[in-house]
Ligand binder design. Sequence first.
Ligand SMILES: [Zn+2]
Length: 360
Amino acid sequence: MYYFYHPESESLFTFINDTDLKRGMSGDRSVVELTKEQYLEKENERKKMTKTKTKSNFNADRLKERIENAGKTSDTFWYLKLPEGLKSFKTIVGDNFIRPLPPTDDADDFAFDIHVHYGIGVEQYKSAFLCREKMLGEACPVCEESRKLIQAGRGEDAKAFKITSRTLVFVIDRDKQDEGVKLYDAPTSSVGHNLVALCQNRRTRKMLDISDPLKGFDAIIVREGLGVKNTKYTSVQLDHPSTPLGSAKEIEEFLEAVPTFKEVLAFQDYETMKAEMTGGVRPEHDDEPEDVPEDEVPTITDADTGSDEEVEVADECPEGFDFAADYDAEEECADCKKDNKATWRACRKAHKALNDEIPF
Ligand SMILES: [Zn+2]
């Protein structure tokens, strides 16, 4: 018996006699002949490796959760839908360098404000909806419920139905330019307003188009902290001097890839929102499940005041993987689910939006 190892394909094989050997080797010089002991040792090693791998990849809790929740999670709604190939921009802790891109639709500015109802629905299957009233001037079941509660003197309960302002901007992530155009869903008061404010020189009051592909500017957004409670944006400023967006070819490619804001908005009809919401109205706080963190429920002012304070949604993978894109793909996802439920849920929702599983 002759023993061999082929390093490139990591395969082990044997030949019984000389004739086989001549036929099998067919001039492949990378094959290494082994002694019987070496062969058996290698075989053992491989068996062990396969075992370890199987063990570490099988996550009983995660699979159990998936089996139990099959069919349920597809009922949650998210307010954004990304066209294929378009990633969402997620800030990192520290300096973020972005270049706002000019809008595709002349009627829009580069920054587009939206109004969202977060945390609508039952227990862990909460959805987020664009407010039909603020954005379309039509009836919004969430706003109606909020008003009803306020009129009934239950302002505290109405807070769960408040409106949160977000600002959408298509950007190039200067640190990951090869990933192309991304959609940045930013909190309005701490980032959106400030990005827009960069278009006016504070001293001269002169207007400046920071999104101009040739004469525009990058912006630096400084983020501190991770997670829903700790995230803070401490500054938004221009990165001087002005730079072109890229070469003529790059500019053309980038601009062609910018969708209209309309294309990324996922409006749901009144009935869908109402149905999703009714399950979520739980005036009795006693039956609030213990594992739902408080910050899952928006805590800011009621919809009727027209307040635009924002609730920061988690948008960063605490394990350092790609938020949303890597949802449930890593072993650490199970830990995150256990210890960081709000983030895990936000990740799941964003993942769903990315994969366009939601029927629009
Ligand atoms: Zn509304």
